[in-house]
Ligand binder design. Structure first.
Ligand code: CA
Length: 471
């Protein structure tokens, strides 16, 4: 090689490397802000008259609202397993919340099966740095740990929840120590704020890289614990549980605002795709439920719309027009394939997902429906949606059929008038059911009775009136 050729080679290499770096730089950042047990009707953009969520609403206004956004399960663990893999978790036996103390199950298998690839695994392969802040709930054995599942950074806890206020860590339930692999974890102040701090710090630390931040707030999951300052904002709400819950949602909203502010300060907001959603519907129990899924019927734990249709937005100023809505059904299962595609990856036929890349649909290149058919199964019930039709199958009654176009609250069971439709949908649901692997573990038996009762109870289907005026 002569000197001239060498110089040309070096220059070519430099240009190639530099343009590759610029390509990497142009990749969008991804943030999923996952609320926990948030009622469908408990944020401004889904119609709350009682709870003000200006920062969450701003995400909705500056992006796209999915008016029929679903999760793949009505409880935390399986919903998260679907979201993080892009596969309906029932297809790999993760039907239930991981419970580690049932004698007939091997705890080494109580978690997200290690052969399942997570969104973080896939994005790591594409050059992303990934952080999980908050709740994991996908297994506690060492091999299920988030840092073994594609996350480079983790600040949080492995189980299903945590106290909001400082408590002496005792290693049990909601008083476990915070785990962190990048620093000595700070003492808890109010955990929603602490998670907000960690999200902001993550953005600062990785502002020059393509990143994926999975911001798993536990708000507003129980225990119902809010600061006095936030409770004061909702002093006009008479019932203490509801008042506390309103205050918890407010604090979540404040921290959503802090994350967005940091993105703007770092000039990253334009090219960051932010998804906001809840992992399942609001729980409804007792005589004075603290969450509201209006106008949907049902709750956490069951497959009526109130259990699985959630507040769901996607914001990406560079690519998504502000103030948009998308009215066809979409799923949290779509997030993994969508992000992988946007990050420059491909999904092979040998590696099938149940979710789909939403962008061809959102960009109106594909006028079809991302999901002509959707399937759910959770403990006692299973459900199938085809177009506007939704069938729910329970162990103690004939199947129920609703037409969601006319009947969003699933109040009019029309199964008697559409027997052939019922039979056809039951067939598809049953064929899926018997083709799935055995479930990896079960939840405690009491939940099965609890869930039958949840199908029978009455739900508040309208927002309370006049609360803003009472302030
Ligand atoms: Ca949840």
């Amino acid at each position: 090689m002569n000197g001239k050729t060498f110089v040309i080679l070096i220059v070519t290499l430099f240009v190639a490397t530099n343009s590759q770096a610029q390509d990497e730089k142009r990749k969008p950042n991804f943030i999923i802000i996952l609320a926990d047990d948030l009622g469908y009707g408990d944020v401004g953009f889904t119609g709350s008259t009682q709870i003000e969520t200006p920062h969450i609403d701003a995400l909705a206004e500056q992006g796209i609202v999915f008016t029929q956004g679903y999760v793949s399960a009505p409880v935390c663990g399986p919903s998260r397993a679907g979201l993080i893999t892009g596969r309906n978790q029932v297809n790999f036996g993760f039907d239930n919340n991981p419970i580690v103390d049932l004698p007939q199950f091997d705890e080494n298998y109580v978690g997200l099966p290690v052969q399942e690839k997570t969104m973080a695994d896939r994005l790591a392969d594409l050059g992303y740095v990934n952080g999980l802040i908050g709740k994991w709930h996908l297994g506690e054995a060492e091999h299920f740990h988030p840092t073994k599942r594609g996350f480079h950074e983790f600040w949080g806890y492995l189980g299903g929840g945590h106290d909001y206020f400082p408590a002496e860590p005792d290693g049990k339930a909601y008083h476990r120590e915070i785990i962190c692999n990048y620093k000595e974890p700070q003492a808890i102040t109010y955990i929603t704020d602490d998670k907000g701090d960690e999200c902001v710090e993550f953005v600062r630390r990785h502002k020059d890289e393509a990143f994926f931040l999975y911001a798993c707030f536990n708000a507003p999951h129980t225990p119902l614990q809010a600061t006095d300052e936030d409770l004061e904002l909702y002093a006009h709400v008479p019932e203490i549980k509801r008042r506390t819950y309103c205050a918890m949602v407010h604090r979540l909203d404040v921290n959503v605002g802090r994350i967005v502010d940091e993105l703007k300060a770092q000039k990253l907001y334009e090219n960051t795709l932010i998804v906001f959603l809840s992992d399942n519907g609001g729980p409804v129990s007792g005589n004075t439920p603290w969450t509201l899924n209006a106008p949907l019927r049902g709750s956490k734990g069951i497959l009526l719309e109130g259990g699985i249709r959630v507040p769901f937005t996607m914001t990406w100023p560079k690519e998504i027009k502000a103030g948009s809505t998308y009215d066809k059904p979409v799923s949290s299962l779509d997030l993994t394939p969508t992000f992988v595609a946007l990050a420059g990856g491909t999904i092979s036929h040998a590696d099938p997902m149940d979710g789909v890349n939403l962008f061809p649909f959102l960009k109106e290149k594909n006028p079809g429906s991302p999901h002509p058919e959707m399937l759910w199964r959770f403990t006692i019930s299973a459900s199938i949606r085809e177009g506007d039709w939704k069938l729910v199958r329970l162990p103690d009654r004939l199947p129920m059929l609703y037409n969601l176009r006319d009947d969003i609250a699933e109040q009019n069971n029309v199964a008697d008038q559409h027997r052939e439709k019922v039979e056809a949908m039951l067939k598809v649901l049953g064929d899926w059911d018997v083709s799935c692997p055995q479930v990896l573990y079960l939840e405690g038996n009491r939940w099965r009775r609890n869930q039958v009762d949840l199908y029978n109870r009455k739900y508040q289907l309208v927002q309370p009136e006049g609360h803003y005026q009472e302030k």
